[in-house]
Design a protein around this ligand. Structure first.
Ligand code: FMN
Length: 68
């Protein structure tokens, strides 16, 4: 998220992704044995606005205080 916020501050758009074949990508980029891939963050110049989002759920539906 910090990377994405920094990109945004610099005028770039970004997109996180983890729906890919981690092992295939590791092989492709010759990832060293002592490294792991956690996700992609594509960063670049946006060419259009992001699609509208669905909106935020009411907090009382997603937060539990002290007990369930
Ligand atoms: C951790 C994380 C991983 C994501 N991985 C994918 C992904 O593998 N493929 C994908 O299409 N979107 C992924 N997304 C969502 C995209 O970042 C992006 O919001 C989405 O593709 C936008 O498309 P939409 O506007 O059509 O929903 C991921 C989001 C997060 C936060």
């Amino acid at each position: 998220m910090t990377l994405m916020l920094a990109a945004q501050e610099m005028g770039y758009a970004s997109c996180p992704m983890d729906g890919f074949d981690f092992e295939a990508v590791a092989k492709l980029i010759k990832l060293p044995e002592d490294h792991v891939i956690s996700m992609f963050v594509a960063i670049g110049r946006g060419i259009k606005e992001a699609w509208p989002r669905g909106g935020q759920l009411p907090l009382k539906e997603v937060i539990s205080y002290n007990k369930f």
